[in-house]
Design a protein around this ligand. Structure first.
Ligand SMILES: [Zn+2]
Length: 427
């Protein structure tokens, strides 16, 4: 393909992303949460595009839009499907590329396959999941977990900020909370799942590369740490005998940072990335929270991610030990509670190989192999079959922000790499 033809595809992607970005709960900024009116409108638009691309469209019980290109002929692979896609929900005040690009890329890949008159011996299905971000309900990856048959505990009684349960929201959306199990695909019918997604980090831009191939999605654990000291009068309690929960928490947070600094994902080549961890404290609550009172209690969050579960678990143990030491020395109590834990999702070597070859073909250079520090639908889909991801360079590495941007040139290359990956799956 000529560079102009590739960029023309990228420009189509841009126009579709612009159209989706107009579907928002808030005027002037993009916010589209799971099972809302905006989600419904976005799902309808995606379904329309899928139909025009010649796909058979349906919405499943969890609100995921499925567009199927049936297999050509009735060869041995005819009963199997290769799945491609991503999510159409967003964070609050989001960018327009996160998730939606993977859905649009799937539809454009179908169009390109038809333009080339490629007859796939297997079914190709484009999926638009509704809830990757987990903003409305305290649960992520519902749509992909349903398709993957990995929704062990649906927790349908979890509520949003208005007290609406997932169960009620699903029913109102036209989904079916009681039919989620029946939507699961069978591993023996699935050839795998491929997702194109913006990188959401700065590595490809720093390397001057439009695309990269993901080798794994980082494992992640979230914790809540509660430090209890003793509140007291800021004027009368001598410094030496205070049990200040905030100064203790401050020392703990710096210790966490030091453990995280041992490795640095941002600059990592693959060798380093394999053992890298990132540790983030993003939320701190001080009680009672008055300027003239010694803090009696502090609660803070910890987000810990690594490319290997053993490394993350090791870092967690080290952090727990340091927190215990600091608490003992400062005469405060500290409890570390695990809020949630998701293991590393490893991309299938065969899939990484096919995507790497495809990227090499469309960019003329060797594909950069990288870890994803962000979570993705692939973390659920890996329960169903082999997963692979194509990362697209994004400006400044900025994501979850209206300044998010990927160029039509890079997006066009990603769609063509996806097409080449799909075709290579037949061989
Ligand atoms: Zn995403």
């Amino acid at each position: 393909m000529t560079p102009e033809a590739v960029t023309a595809i990228g420009k189509r992607a841009e126009a579709m992303l612009d159209a989706l970005a107009l579907i928002s709960a808030d005027p002037g900024r993009l916010t589209r949460l799971y099972l809302t009116e905006e989600h419904r409108r976005a799902a309808r638009l995606v379904a329309e595009w899928m139909r025009s691309a010649g796909l058979k469209v349906r919405m499943d019980a969890a609100g995921t839009v499925h567009g199927l290109l049936p297999a050509a002929g009735d060869g041995p692979l005819a009963g199997k499907r290769l799945l491609v896609g991503s999510h159409i929900d967003t964070v609050v005040d989001a960018g327009r590329y996160d998730g939606t690009f993977g859905v649009v890329a799937g539809i454009l890949a179908v169009e390109e396959l038809r333009r080339r008159s490629v007859a796939l011996p297997f079914g190709l299905e484009v999926l638009a999941f509704g809830d990757e971000e987990g903003v409305r309900f305290p649960k992520t990856l519902i749509g992909s977990s349903v398709v993957a048959g990995a929704l062990r505990d649906p927790m349908l009684d979890l509520t949003d900020a208005e007290g609406v349960t997932i169960r009620a929201a699903l029913a109102a959306f036209g989904g079916d909370p009681d039919a989620l199990d029946a939507e699961a695909y069978r591993p023996e019918d699935t050839l795998g799942y491929v997702e194109a997604h913006i990188e959401q980090g700065p590595v490809l831009e720093r390397l001057g590369l439009p695309l990269g191939v993901v080798t794994s999605i980082a494992g992640q654990a979230r914790f809540r740490i509660i430090v209890k000291g003793e509140a007291g009068h800021a004027g009368t309690v001598p410094m030496a005998i205070r049990r200040d929960a905030l100064t203790a928490a401050a020392e703990m947070i710096l210790a966490i940072e030091a453990i995280g600094m041992i490795f640095d994902i941002g600059h990592a080549g693959e060798e380093v990335a394999r053992t890298a961890i990132v540790a983030t404290v993003g939320e701190v609550k001080v009680l009672p929270g008055a300027g003239n009172v010694i803090p009696g209690e502090v609660r803070f969050s910890l987000d810990l991610r690594a490319a290997e579960d053993a490394v993350r678990v090791g870092a967690e143990a080290e952090i727990r030990q340091r927190i215990g030491e600091i608490a003992a020395r400062r005469n405060v109590d500290a409890v570390v509670e695990t809020v949630h834990e998701k293991p590393v999702a490893t991309c299938a070597p065969a899939m990484v190989g096919r995507i790497g070859t495809a990227i090499g073909r469309v960019t003329g250079g060797e594909a950069h192999r990288m870890m994803s520090g962000a979570g993705h639908d692939g973390q659920a889909m890996c329960h169903l079959g082999p997963i692979g991801m194509i990362f697209v360079r994004c400006r400044g590495g900025i994501s979850h922000n209206p300044a998010e941007y990927a160029s039509p040139e890079d997006m066009g290359l990603a769609v063509v790499a996806l097409v080449e990956t799909i075709i290579a799956t037949s061989g």
